[in-house]
Design a protein around this ligand. Structure first.
Ligand code: HAM
Length: 429
């Protein structure tokens, strides 16, 4: 049997239903903040990621799906989409558009990582990017959007963590201070961090293998920010507090991509285990210059769709919004009536399956049960003549005769009272 490639997966059943409903929330939220969609290609020249994400990052060093195409050019299946948006900005002269330029995207990304819960080799990202504006108001607004998405999806126990990692002016000095502080501990570091000690010691701060005690003992970057970065970070925190967005500062948050400057942030959930970041982002004021454009500040975040779906599932919130499944059983020759009843119910938002085989009602009901229908509408000959139907509540095993024109309302009322009861029985967190 041929199986899916390791780390890739089919998205089907409940997962694709949640994916699509979550996607709608994400798209609507982004649009309400003035973001417009962009669909970049999946394949880019490898150089784009080398110059933006950075040569010394895990992504570029170990995780890219890179190959030489038949024309001899090195191409890469994108590991993330910020670099593509930045490339598009320069290539299509988006600087001529009113700034800030606000773009959102959703699509597959590829990273050759060790697969585990919440970590795949092909995964979907939804992200937003704000370009050509350096106002700290936007940092706070973008974090507020991320938080609002969590609220709209009724996610509980999400934490917003923020930090500032400085800029080209102040970070080099902090790196030296950090190296000095780490020197006596060099031999205790893991192999990756021994290398990071020379290439990018900041990454040692978010290495899961290094102890919390060591990290707590190290100098904090926020004590070494230049005046501009400090003022920017203070304003971001002030706005977040004013907007009512709960957050905590985390001086070990540095993020695994080289393009970040100033504000970095993550939203984490305890429901995800080790891979607990649902989304991550930050400011990247030099990225567009790095890939050949003019100085253009920017910031954004990306959400891992699979991780978001995991959290939604584990918190059983999206299920409450799922439509009820209605099954229609009907007597001989009543196909038209069955079809028209289904049409009316569908137009009111219900998911409806009409039995396609007909025959004895007992058999049709058995097929309805097998499908997991919440209701079965039985249209028998007698009922048809009277202008009524039998409405069966499959869970309670009860049956009532209702007028045809009152069917939608009757189903809506029963399902509302059920969902209401479920919510009030649900344990409060
Ligand atoms: P990132 O933190 O590398 O940032 O990825 C963003 C999100 O993608 C993560 O928080 C996670 O939910 C998801 N993700 C990453 N790797 C995997 C994986 N192997 N399997 C499943 N989900 C994954 C970026 O990619 C930046 N481009 C974000 C950004 C946008 N910064 C500014 N603008």
């Amino acid at each position: 049997m041929i199986k899916t490639v390791k780390g890739c997966k089919d998205i089907y059943g409940e997962d694709i239903e949640i994916f699509r409903s979550v996607e709608k929330v994400l798209r609507d939220s982004a649009r309400s903040y003035g973001f417009k969609e962009i669909v970049p290609p999946t394949l880019e020249y490898s150089e784009l990621f080398q110059r933006s994400v950075g040569e010394d990052t895990d992504i570029v060093e170990k995780e890219m799906y890179t190959f030489t195409d038949k024309g001899g050019r090195s191409v890469t299946l994108r590991p993330e989409m910020t670099a593509s948006v930045a490339r598009a900005y320069v290539e299509h002269h988006f600087e001529t558009l009113p700034s800030p330029v606000k773009l959102f995207y959703i699509g597959p990304c590829f990273r050759y990582e060790k697969p585990q819960k919440g970590r795949y080799r092909e995964f979907y990202q939804f992200g937003v990017e704000v370009l050509n504006d350096e106002s700290p108001y936007l940092d706070a607004e973008v974090i507020a959007l991320a938080y609002e998405i969590g609220e709209k999806l009724h996610l509980k126990d999400l934490k917003v963590k923020i930090n500032s990692i400085g800029c080209k002016k102040c970070r080099p000095h902090y790196k030296e201070v950090l190296r000095e502080a780490l020197k006596p501990h060099y031999e205790e570091l893991c192999d990756d961090c021994k290398r990071r000690f020379y290439t990018n010691p900041l990454r040692i701060l978010d290495c899961k293998r290094e102890s919390k005690a060591l990290k707590d003992s190290l100098p904090k970057i926020t004590d070494y920010l230049c005046d501009e970065c400090r003022a920017h970070f203070e304003k971001v925190q002030k706005y977040l507090s004013e907007f009512g967005i709960p957050f905590e500062t985390d001086n070990t948050l540095v993020r695994g991509l080289d393009y970040y400057t100033k504000t970095v942030f993550e939203v984490v959930s305890n429901d995800l285990g080790a891979q607990n970041a649902v989304l991550g982002g930050g400011r990247y004021d030099y990225l567009i210059e790095e890939i050949g454009g003019r100085h253009t500040p920017g910031l954004g975040f990306a959400i891992g769709m699979e991780r978001l779906i995991e959290v939604v599932k584990s918190q059983k919130s999206a299920q409450n919004e799922k439509e009820e499944l209605v099954y229609i059983a009907y007597g001989k020759g009543l196909e038209k009536e069955a079809y028209l009843t289904a049409k009316r119910l569908r137009s009111s938002g219900f998911t409806v399956i009409v039995d396609s085989k007909g025959g004895a009602f007992g058999k049709q009901l058995a097929r309805s049960r097998k499908r997991g229908a919440h209701f079965t509408v039985v249209i028998g000959e007698d009922e048809f003549k009277k202008g009524t139907v039998q409405l069966k509540d499959m869970e309670k095993q009860t049956q009532t005769e209702v007028k045809k024109e009152e069917l939608t309302e009757a189903i809506a009322q029963i399902s509302e009272s059920k969902n209401g009861a479920k919510e009030s029985n649900a344990p409060r967190k």
